[in-house]
Design a protein around this ligand. Structure first.
Ligand code: SAM
Ligand code: SF4
Length: 472
């Protein structure tokens, strides 16, 4: 099957059955049913759409408390206390689409259009590396200039930049859906995750916010985007919805339906799910009936955590610092930190956000070191680990969960060595001190044996020598 934009994946179809999803959201579940669903989730089994809908309908205060508690417990059981850190890097804001919520939309005359050239890009990457980042996500508008060859070239350039000991070790993408050949091209450049957000799974809303005649108005081409990516060899994909366009409960069901569809069709679910909330943006129009408040936001994160235990959840700096601190506990596995989303923002701008150069306003503008310090104070282990991806262990979240002892043998040691690198090479004195205390506490909890001895030796080598990038 194909759309006017090209060939879909084998069996690619519109699997969002709106009437069915709405019907599921219309029925309340009995307390006993909710308890049974939570028990299934805590046994680390993915939930069905029907079960997810039951959790979304639970809105008595005690039920919500129980849900939030269960999400925290599941997060601890599956992921331990690690949080992976990354930074977004905006490469270009030329865009031929006209998404009503986005400052990069083509009809926004107030946007200062720019595409980083090779020297600009290198400067941005060097600035990120100099702060201690090891993972970044490149972000692009949709434009003929940003074809697969251009994107692949940017990826190669990012990997080649080095400052002292530091390099970016994993480059993810957030860009428009490609065709099969395009995905193969970016895969060959060594990308990590390819993210495409559906924005809204609700067809009429999708049509309203993505004007007809633009490429993005093709709902099915976008819905099938990550399926094509998987078929073309990018087996590591991320999905997401832009919360605030339509009913948040419906969007959660859309995400879960998408995850289930990928599992059924391609044998593996999405690597990550993102849940950006709509932010104010220059020249963007949004009508507000569906804006999601903080309490609803916490519930949606908790329900996603419970519904897809294998899938990483990404919380971005769109959200304010205080809320991020609370929501991280509910099941988030990755956050960005020290983010600037203006074109050239890592080197060219100080202080104030620059509305004509950014896609929307950020809620959390703290630097990486400050975020690291808060995570450490809260007992999280900030991690820059990229080992699974580099060793070809894709579907890592699945393995973390499915392979006995995986977290203890691999994830925790790798998180601790990447944290140690950060502490030695980049951290401020208070972060360094708190970080080493955390490492000592984590070591004390690991069972004695050859793995622990090796880890202790690696931590010593990182502290005392120039050896870096030691991963299990
Ligand atoms: N242009 C590509 C696309 O639309 O898929 C790639 C990335 S776009 C620059 C990244 C994401 O930012 C979009 O998918 C959308 O979910 C989100 N976004 C756009 N406008 C936003 C806003 N005003 N507030 C929060 N997130 C927004
Ligand atoms: Fe362009 Fe993406 Fe913004 Fe839409 S969301 S206007 S496609 S950059």
């Amino acid at each position: 099957m194909s759309t006017s934009l090209g060939k879909l994946s084998a069996g690619g179809r519109d699997f969002i059955d709106e009437a069915h999803l709405h019907a599921l959201l219309g029925r309340r579940a009995e307390p006993a049913e909710i308890r049974a669903i939570l028990a299934k989730s805590l046994a680390k089994e993915p939930l069905s759409i029907d079960e997810t809908a039951a959790l979304l309908r639970a809105d008595a205060p005690e039920e919500i408390e129980t849900l939030l508690d269960a999400a925290q417990t599941l997060k601890r059981d599956v992921y331990g206390n690690r949080i992976v850190l990354f930074a977004p890097l905006y490469v270009g804001n030329e865009c031929m689409n006209d998404c009503v919520y986005c400052a990069f939309r083509r009809s926004n005359r107030l946007a200062a259009r720019r595409t980083l050239d090779a020297a600009d890009l290198r400067r941005q990457v060097e600035a990120l590396v100099a702060k201690g980042h090891k993972r970044c996500i490149l972000v692009f508008g949709e434009h003929p200039r940003y074809d697969a060859a251009f994107i692949a070239d940017c990826v190669t350039q990012v990997y080649s930049a080095r400052v002292g000991h530091g390099t970016i070790r994993r480059v993810n993408l957030n860009a428009a859906p490609l065709d099969h050949d395009g995905y193969a091209t970016v895969k060959a450049a060594g990308i990590g995750t390819y993210q495409i957000f559906q924005e809204t799974y609700h067809h009429a809303t999708y049509a309203r916010v993505h004007p007809a005649g633009t490429r993005k108005s093709d709902y099915l081409w976008r819905l099938d985007g990550v399926g094509r990516a998987m078929e073309a060899g990018c087996d590591d994909v991320g999905i997401g919805a832009l919360f605030g366009l339509y009913d948040w409960r419906f969007e959660v069901l859309g995400l879960v339906a998408h995850a289930i569809h990928l599992r059924e069709r391609h044998g593996v679910g999405p690597h990550t799910i993102s849940f950006p909330r709509l932010r104010p943006a220059l020249g963007a129009e949004v009508d507000r009936p569906h804006l999601v408040d903080d309490d609803q936001f916490k519930r949606l994160v908790a329900v996603l955590r419970l519904a897809v235990p294998y899938t990483g959840l990404i919380l971005t700096a769109r959200e304010p610092a205080a809320l991020r601190r609370e929501v991280v506990r509910l099941g988030v596995s990755q956050i960005d930190a020290g983010s600037r989303i203006e074109l050239g923002g890592y080197t060219e701008l100080e202080g104030e956000q620059q509305p004509d150069r950014e896609q929307f306003h950020l809620g959390d503008l703290r630097g990486l070191d400050e975020v690291m310090r808060e995570l450490i104070a809260d007992g999280h282990v900030p991690s820059f680990c990229t080992a699974c991806y580099r060793l070809g262990r894709t579907g890592e979240h699945f393995m973390e969960y499915a392979v006995p002892g995986f977290i203890q043998k691999l994830c925790t040691p790798n998180a601790l060595t990447t944290l140690a690198e950060y502490l030695v090479d980049y951290a401020s004195p208070p972060t360094r001190e708190a970080g080493w205390q955390l490492i000592d506490r984590e070591l004390a909890q690991l069972p004695d044996g050859s793995r622990k001895r090796e880890l202790v030796d690696r931590l010593r080598r990182i502290r005392e020598t120039d050896e870096r990038d030691l991963f299990f």
